[in-house]
Design a protein around this ligand. Sequence first.
Ligand code: HEC
Ligand code: HEC
Length: 244
Amino acid sequence: MSCSQLFFRFLILFAGLLTCFSAVPAYAGHDGMALLKQQCVTCHNLSGPAPRTLAALIARKGPDLFYAGDKYRRRWMETWLQHPTRIRPAGMAYSAYIKSKGEAGSAGAPALPMHPALNVADAADAAEALMQLKASTLRINRFLHQPKVGISEVLPRGGMLFKHVYSCQICHQIAPGVGGTSAPELYSAGRRLTQAFIRSYIRSPQLWDPKIWMPSRHISEENIEKLASYLAALSMSPQEAHHD
Ligand code: HEC
Ligand code: HEC
């Protein structure tokens, strides 16, 4: 075999090896949707619809993300995906958590698993892809333009409605450890969620999630505005509130 033949064979072998290796990683950087489908779809619903039965609701492993673009603020999402914190103090299946806590002889509920964290680049790609996922615009459009109300004016009234009129804190926390544990904490809601989503969800939780246990209270537009502004104020640092 001549030297050039040998070299040629080596080249073919090398090229073969290359194709073999390059076929391994399914997620090539900067394709957020591929990343979501590879690493997130086992726990999150990316295409809808929301659970239609109570059994399906309880079996849900993570919050629905098929309307993430309507619901979350991008900046929060990118940061949270790198440094996830707990949002639902008792996890997704609150009833299962409480049951395990109450079992005779059990040493309390099992520790909830931590959310997988992404590196900076993957968090940006995932957030980019998630922000493209939107539900029917009908649910949210009418809430996009709302008058701004002064914080000092709305805090006492919104807080009063939240705590005493509608008892929202039976399920939601308004500060770490203050309030119920069967729903997402709301002391970061203003940073986490869009204002339009907060208003739309308070108006009708079942429009987004037909079987969810948050009651629909037929709250007036005026009181929705006060509650939403109260939640926005709750999420601000004292300096931010001062500057408003
Ligand atoms: C093992 C299941 C699991 C996997 C895999 C998973 N998640 Fe989650 N995710 C959860 C759970 C459970 C929560 C709720 C956490 C809480 O409330 O404290 C959550 C919450 C979130 C939230 C916040 C939404 C909200 O309303 O609370 C985002 C955004 C998110 N996940 C994105 C992702 C992305 C992107 C991936 C893939 C890279 C991913 N998740 C993979 C289970 C999972
Ligand atoms: C019986 C319990 C319960 C009560 C009472 C309740 N909620 Fe909820 N709330 C929930 C649940 C459950 C969810 C969504 C669960 C999820 O996404 O996992 C929710 C979601 C929300 C969200 C969206 C939060 C998010 O992270 O997705 C807002 C905003 C909210 N509630 C505001 C309120 C307000 C304001 C009141 C009072 C008028 C109230 N809730 C009363 C159970 C409750």
